[in-house]
Design a protein around this ligand. Structure first.
Ligand SMILES: [Mn+2]
Length: 348
């Protein structure tokens, strides 16, 4: 147990401390552990989500711990593991390969005619499998230690191994996916475990996930639309445009939130892609799309989910980018704060 008698949450944060400036410096001290996954091999714009983690950590240390919703929930202990530099290096290397590969195929050249491209393609797909195993191994280890678990990406491919590990502990659960995208492509640019395919892969490979409720979606392809039509028993999507139209015509966010909650099973994993929010809150995310939620709408929804007696069994926060003087890391840190507190309250 950490002795909190000398820790003053009103004081300026000691930079030696960790996530949110809290003094829980070991896994053993914490009820909740955040697993950082600095990985973004298949992103096709900007990049930067792998390195955003350290900026989110820094921004988190400036958050006031006093919160009328959460009181002293943090005293149960939140700890974030150190960023694994090997994963970051591997991500950097494979991302370069992926860029060259995509540049090659988008000019209409055939991969089979170029042995270097064939090798890159194999490397990138094997890299995705390696990462999934890495996240799975860390996740299952933390779950076996009785910890609550959150993944901090990286791109949206990062939580797959965590969801797989949770599926070994829970026989059935649903996912609340906050996202501008569906993540339902069969493969993206040929890459099986890409950020754009994460929910497709979850439904293919993790049968314990019996429902996905997507909210805020506003950017998708025909293949994904057809997949949604053919899998209505498993996926319910609240499109951004429909939500907005209802609000413009006088419907309330409360009504819509109630309908979202009614679709969720009792046990829920939250997959929070920050691009589900209005991009003014996350301008450096990988694939910003105009429209989307205010952060407070989502915080309200999560509060209502808890009030409805549903249990959060795990979460991820992904696709947070970074740019000097932008809101990204600050907003990311505050979302992480909400998720850490709500999952802890939900499991008290
Ligand atoms: Mn997205």
């Amino acid at each position: 147990m950490v002795d909190l008698s000398s820790f003053d949450p009103n004081e300026v944060c000691n930079p030696e401390n960790g996530l949110f400036g809290l003094p829980f410096n070991n896994i053993e001290d914490a009820k909740l552990v955040v697993l950082p996954v600095p990985w973004e091999t298949t992103v096709n714009t900007g990049g930067g989500t792998a390195r955003a983690i350290e900026h989110i950590l820094k921004a988190s240390q400036k958050i006031d711990l006093y919160d009328l919703d959460f009181k002293d929930t943090w005293k149960q202990g939140f700890h974030m593991l150190d960023v694994d530099k090997k994963i970051l290096t591997k991500s950097d290397y494979l991302r370069k390969e992926a860029e060259l590969f995509v540049d090659y195929i988008c000019h209409g050249d055939e991969m089979e005619k170029n042995t270097f491209m064939c090798k890159s393609f194999r490397d990138i797909n094997q890299g995705g499998e390696y990462l999934n195993n890495w996240v799975y191994e860390h996740s299952i280890d933390l779950l076996n230690k009785g910890k609550l678990l959150g993944v901090l990406g990286g791109d949206h491919s990062t939580p797959f191994g965590c969801i797989k590990a949770l599926a070994e502990k829970k026989s059935d659960f649903g996912i609340l996916q906050i996202d501008a995208h569906c993540g339902l492509r069969k493969a993206y640019e040929g890459f099986k475990y890409s950020h754009a395919s994460v929910m497709y892969n979850v439904l293919q490979e993790i049968p314990q996930v019996n429902k996905i409720v997507q909210i805020g979606v506003r950017d998708f392809c025909e293949e994904e639309w057809e997949y949604l039509q053919n899998n209505q028993d498993k996926i319910v999507t609240f499109f951004d445009r429909n939500i907005k139209e209802r609000l413009y015509e006088g419907d309330t966010w409360k009504n819509i939130a109630d309908q979202i909650i009614a679709q969720l099973p009792d046990h829920i994993y939250i997959s929070f892609d920050i691009d589900g929010l209005d991009p003014k809150l996350c301008p450096s995310t990988g694939m910003p799309v105009q429209g989307g939620f205010e952060s407070c709408q989502i915080f309200y929804l999560i509060k209502k989910i808890i009030a409805a007696g549903k249990k959060i069994i795990g979460f991820d926060l992904v696709e947070v980018g970074y740019n000097n003087n932008s809101m990204d890391a600050n907003v990311g840190a505050r979302i992480l704060w909400q998720l850490c507190n709500w999952i802890t309250i939900s499991n008290n």
